[in-house]
Each structure stands twice: as C-alpha cells, then as structure tokens.
Design a protein around this ligand. Structure first.
Ligand SMILES: Nc1ncnc2c1ncn2[C@@H]1O[C@H](COP(=O)(O)OP(=O)(O)OP(=O)(O)O)[C@@H](O)[C@H]1O
Ligand SMILES: [Mg+2]
Length: 435
C-alpha cells in the first residue's frame, strides 16, 4: 500500500529524545511562526523554576528556554526547533542558593511579624536573563508556600500584560510555563512607550506601584513576609542607572541581584553606600547562563506583536475576544505627555515647561489604527484630567479599523459588553499586524 503524501506545510520533524543528567539543562529555541511541544518522559525537570508534569506535552512558539533537571530526566521534543542541545553549564546552583538565602530572610521576617520579607531588585544589561531569574525566584518562592509580589518595570516586553505597561501581580503559584503571568490578576498602569523615554511618567508610575505594594504588604502578612521581586529593563547607563536607584529607593529594596556585570555591581554598591539611608542593601553579583540568548530586534518586534495578540486570544488561542464598533463621540481619548515647547517659541529667558505628565485630549484620526488603547479605571471623564496619570487601567482594546466618515472605531476587546470606562488612553505602542 502506498503511503499518504505529506500535507503541504505540515511539520515532518520526527520527535527527538534527550537524556539530561543531574544538573544539566536542555536549551531550546523555537521560532515565532513555529510550534513545538516538550514532554518529560521520565525523571524530574523544570522550566525557569516551574516543575513539569511527566507525560504532559507543553506547547511553545517563539520561545527560547532551558529545561533543567536537578536529578536527571528524559525529555522529548516534537516539532521544529532552531536549536536544541544539552549543556552541563548552568547557573542554577547559584540561583537556588539565592532562593535559599531569600527564604532565610522570609523566615526571619515571619518571626518578627511586622517586618517585611526580602524586597529584591534584579538588574543587568539587556539579554542577561533578568526576566528568567525573576520567574525562577518567584516560582521557587511559590513552591515554598510563599505569595510574593512581582513588579515588572520593563515596559518593552510587558511580561504581565502588554508592552508599554508597568504592572504588579501577586504570585500564588509557580509561573505557568506556557502562559507566563497571564493568569495572575494584575494592577496595571499605562506608560504608553516601549522604553522609559518619558522620565517623569516612568518615575511617577514607579511611585504609584510602590505605594500599592506597600499597602498590600501592610494588609497581608503572608505577602509581606514573602517579599517582592522587581524586574527592570536592560538600560543601565545614565538615566537607566538613575531609574534603578530610584526603584531601590521607592520600593525600599534590600537585596539587589546584578547579573553579569561587575561594573553595575560596583556602581550600585557604591551608590547605596553613599546614599546615607538607614536601609541596608545587599548587592549580590550573579552569573549569566550560557544559554541566555540575545534576541535580535526583529525577534523582539514579533514577540511584542505576539504578546498583544495573546492578550486578546490567549496563549493557547482559547479566548474569544469581542469585535465591536464604538462611536468616537461616546469616548474621550487622551494621551499622557506632550512634547516640550521649543525654546525658540518661548518668551526670552523662559525655560520650557516639563509636559511629561500633562494629560492632553487627542482628536481621533486614522492614526489610531492598530493602536493599543488602555481602558482607564476611572469610570467616566474626571473633572481634573490630570488625575488620570495616577489612575490605574483595567485592560486594553485594539483598534482594528477606523471609519472617520461614520466617526466609528472597530475595536477588539477582551470581553463582550460595554467598556467599563469612556476614557481611553492612547499608547504609542502599535501592534504591527491585524488581529
Ligand atoms: N538557560 C537558558 N537557555 C536557553 N534560553 C534561555 C536561558 N535562560 C534564558 N533564556 C532565554 O533567553 C532570552 C533572554 O533572557 P531574559 O528575557 O531572561 O533576559 P533579560 O535580561 O530579561 O532581557 P531584557 O533585557 O531584554 O529584558 C529569553 O528568551 C529567555 O527565555
Ligand atoms: Mg527582561
């Protein structure tokens, strides 16, 4: 009998098995457009601190990751991968020792009752494994029965929701290896840019999140003792360094973990020692994993677009967003931050005002196409528009079409029904694909 012809475009890569000895890791890279599954056939293995169930196929697309085993495992990959190899070089021992040291601080905080557990900030240049270490430490904390807060100050990737957003979320269980943080109920703030260009707004939101974190820790002893893990972006020079120092101050950070940079370690240690605060800050240098890969701009762009898509459709494509038409007149569109007035347009001797926190109304136009709009938590337009800077957002809609003749937008929203607010904050972040 003749075999059926292969289906055009179907993946024909045969499943491959890898044997992981104790403390080895399987490094895998899967393209954005491709899909592969990873299954632990025997033994124990984890991805960024979250243990994998045996015989369950986990699906990944556009992912670079390490499957690590403490005691040995056999792992099968089905589907196309760009890279898949086993390495015995891994910083996991340093990372688990760090977790053990943080646990000691949590236990000490529990004994004291009113004291806070470790407030940890992770810093390092781009692509050194900061976000991965956050996941590892959060998942280990959850596996130890803790309930820490995760704060994501990296606006470029939006690990909690979408790019352009600063957020915090309570981590009650190990981070889902496929879904990431998307199952955690977050507190979100609109920033609207992919890098902290708007310095005043960035610092202002850091302050808002720090206040929210403090409040949560005051009212919830379990979280207070579990502590906070703060992720930062890879900007460590000039203003980027100042943001790290501001975050250390605002969140009363007492442990800074720097990855792969002696210089940054030295600079932070020097700055905290000379700051004269009573807060003792331990600055610890950690190695980078040889598996951490730098992600080219094209990959990052695609991943950002995917993040927006996943917000609406779910990582497993199992959500059903609603596509509706809204009347422009029923909504107020605003933007936070206006460009400074050029000095040449000002009266002689006057310095340009800082408009970075200014809320300005936006006249809708076709420019809104493919934009991500934040839905303000303010149910209606506040009498003082400026208060929107300090107001969190409830979620996001995507502008799929603009009809200026009918004065309508077609939007994609996470759920059916009226939007909870008529205030929409325009982001500079666009998803470069139709959703
Ligand atoms: N051990 C590893 N093996 C393979 N891939 C890894 C490993 N550790 C991390 N990665 C991957 O490398 C990439 C960069 O890591 P990560 O996102 O943690 O770095 P980062 O310092 O947070 O980068 P950025 O500065 O852009 O935020 C990610 O895609 C991550 O999943
Ligand atoms: Mg990161």
């Amino acid at each position: 009998m003749e075999a059926d012809p292969p289906v055009l475009g179907a993946d024909t890569t045969p499943p491959r098995s890898f044997t992981l000895n104790a403390q080895h890791e399987l490094r895998v890279e899967i393209d954005n457009e491709k899909r592969a599954t990873i299954t632990v056939l025997s033994g124990t293995a984890e991805i960024f601190g979250t243990e994998l169930a045996v015989d369950r196929a986990y699906t990944f697309s556009g992912a670079k990751l390490a499957v690590f085993s403490w005691h040995g495992a056999t792992v099968q990959i089905a589907g196309p991968t760009e890279v898949a190899y086993v390495s015995k070089e891994t910083p996991m021992t340093s990372y688990v020792n760090t977790h053990a040291a943080l646990e000691q601080l949590r236990i000490a905080a529990e004994r004291m009752g009113s004291q806070s557990g470790p407030r940890v900030l992770i810093a390092g240049a781009g692509d050194v494994g900061k976000s991965s270490l956050c996941k590892i430490l959060l998942s280990y904390a959850a596996r130890s029965g803790r309930r820490p807060l995760y704060v994501d100050l990296d606006v470029g990737q939006g690990s909690i929701s979408v790019p352009g957003v600063m957020a915090t979320a309570l981590v009650e269980k190990p981070v889902d290896v496929e879904e990431g943080f998307s199952n955690h109920i977050p507190l979100l703030y609109h920033f609207g840019h992919l890098s902290p260009d708007n310095h005043s707004l960035y610092k202002s939101i850091m302050g808002r999140i720090a206040t929210a974190v403090t409040r949560r820790c005051q009212s919830d002893a379990h979280t207070r003792h579990s502590g906070v893990i703060i992720n930062t972006c890879g900007w460590i020079e000039g203003p980027g360094f100042q943001f790290i120092m501001s975050a250390i101050d605002l969140f009363q950070v007492d442990v800074v973990l720097t990855i792969d940079s002696e210089r940054l370690h030295h600079d932070i240690a020097t700055a905290v020692n000379s700051s004269g605060t009573n807060n003792q800050v331990a600055v610890v240098s950690l190695p980078k994993s040889g598996g951490v890969v730098s992600r080219p701009q094209v990959f990052r762009r695609k991943t950002r677009n995917e993040r927006v898509k996943q917000y609406f459709y779910g990582i497993k494509n199992d959500l059903f967003p609603s596509r509706t038409t809204i009347k422009l007149n029923d909504f107020v569109f605003v933007r936070i931050g206006a460009p400074p007035v050029p000095a040449s347009c000002l009266p002689l001797g006057e310095t340009p005002a800082n408009n970075e926190l200014k809320v300005i109304t936006v006249t809708p136009s076709t420019d809104l196409l493919y934009t991500v709009l934040s839905v303000s938590a303010s149910p209606q337009v506040p009498s003082n528009l400026q208060s929107l800077v300090d107001t969190n957002v409830l979620g996001f809609v995507f502008v799929a079409a603009v009809n200026m003749d009918k004065k309508e937008l077609t939007i994609l929203a996470p759920s059916i029904g009226r939007l909870p607010s008529n205030v929409l904050i325009v982001s500079a972040v666009k998803c470069e694909m139709q959703l």
